[in-house]
Design a binder for this molecule. Structure first.
Ligand code: IYR
Length: 225
């Protein structure tokens, strides 16, 4: 590492192998229980949970540590209604043909359609924006690197944090979603990546009977035998 940059001591205490295995197992068990939910309860959720989850998300690694993200947490009924109206307009065009048969076929096991009542029912919507470029002190453009990768990692942490807190999420991506800039009051250099719906599942919430790929289909080892 270059001698010219300022460094501080790394503070993560080393665990034993047994402690690491137990921690990894516990985290896996937690994440294995996560399911995307499309039916939400209107029960309120403390904004401090949203705040902490966003702060956890913003710990994500990012290209050149530029932290190229903005999170907009929406809890007021008027803004949620505006988002639902704009999203459903796009979704109707999507389901009525823009998607094409192949895409609609891929979605059919999920049973989704153009109606998005959860955008109003759920207590919180979090819109995650990626900043295509930043600005310096003089207002000049600063190039950002690996923006989709960085922001996607942050979204993963956000989903994991909210799940750990006991909340359900839905990763919603109305397409196109440029309308979110205007409704959320974000500038043109920011691109919405995901609209995350957050809340408790409805009492009678059901999820599709789908499964995760087995380990052998996702993990390939290259080790000495
Ligand atoms: N944005 C649409 C369609 C949709 C697309 C994918 I890929 C999904 O995994 C789920 C839905 C919608 O929200 O209905």
């Amino acid at each position: 590492m270059s001698k010219t940059i300022k460094t501080v001591a790394h503070s993560l205490a080393r665990k034993t192998d047994a402690e690491m295995l137990a921690a990894a197992q516990q985290f896996f068990d937690l994440m294995q229980a996560r399911r995307t939910v499309r039916e939400f309860s209107p029960d309120p959720v403390d904004p401090d949970i949203i705040r902490l989850a966003v702060r956890a998300a913003a710990t994500a690694p990012s290209g050149a540590n530029q932290q190229p993200w903005s999170f907009v947490a929406i809890g007021d009924p008027e803004t949620k209604r505006a988002i639902r109206q704009a999203a459903e307009e796009e979704e109707r065009a999507f389901y009525q043909g823009r998607a094409g048969q192949e895409w609609l076929g891929a979605l059919s096991p999920l049973g989704t359609d153009a109606d998005k009542p959860f955008l109003e029912t759920a207590p919180w919507l979090i819109v995650i924006f990626g900043q295509r470029w930043g600005t310096d002190a003089d207002g000049g453009k600063v190039k950002h690197y690996y923006v989709p990768e960085s922001v996607s990692i942050a979204i993963g942490l956000l989903i994991a944090s909210l799940h750990a807190a006991g909340l359900a999420t839905l990763t919603h991506t109305p397409s196109p979603m440029g309308f979110l800039n205007q409704i959320c009051g974000r500038p043109d250099n920011e691109k919405p990546l995901v609209l995350l719906v957050v809340g408790h599942p409805a009492d009678n919430a059901r999820v599709p009977a789908i499964s995760r790929k087995p380990e052998r289909d996702v993990l390939y080892w290259k080790t000495r035998s």
